[in-house]
Design a protein. Structure first.
Length: 123
């Protein structure tokens, strides 16, 4: 059959399905990313947020936190909290190494000893 009578809409009938799927996934990913960027820009424009400081101020006002507070104050507060948490953990590890027990642990041991004495038959 002459080439004149062959269909012209199948220029290359060899199709790689995995490559087609990968290309579709990348195009869909780019579309989702671009729509999310547009939505984010629209959100920032609608709420009149031009800088990161504007966003921090608006979030702090909506949460009822002092809006004049600086990042340095927040960092100092977080550092104090971490110091107390780490001190407790270090002290707990130190107590375990040295065999030091807290008041609650001592009371629990005493209760356990009393219960065992009560369970022993008296002769």
């Amino acid at each position: 059959m002459p080439k004149f009578y062959h269909p012209s809409n199948h220029a290359n009938p060899n199709i790689n399905g995995a490559l087609e799927a990968f290309e579709a996934l990348t195009i869909a990913t780019v579309n989702v990313f671009s729509v999310s960027m547009m939505a984010g820009g629209g959100f920032l424009w609608a709420f009149d947020i031009a800088t990161l400081d504007d966003m921090k101020r608006k979030v702090r006002v909506n949460l009822g936190v002092n809006a004049d507070r600086t990042d340095q104050d927040a960092e100092e507060e977080i550092e104090e909290w971490f110091a107390t948490v780490l001190a407790r953990k270090e002290f707990k590890a130190l107590r375990g190494e040295k065999g030091i027990k807290t008041r609650a642990e001592k009371e629990q041991e005493e209760r356990g000893a009393k219960e065992q004495e009560e369970k022993k038959p008296k002769s």
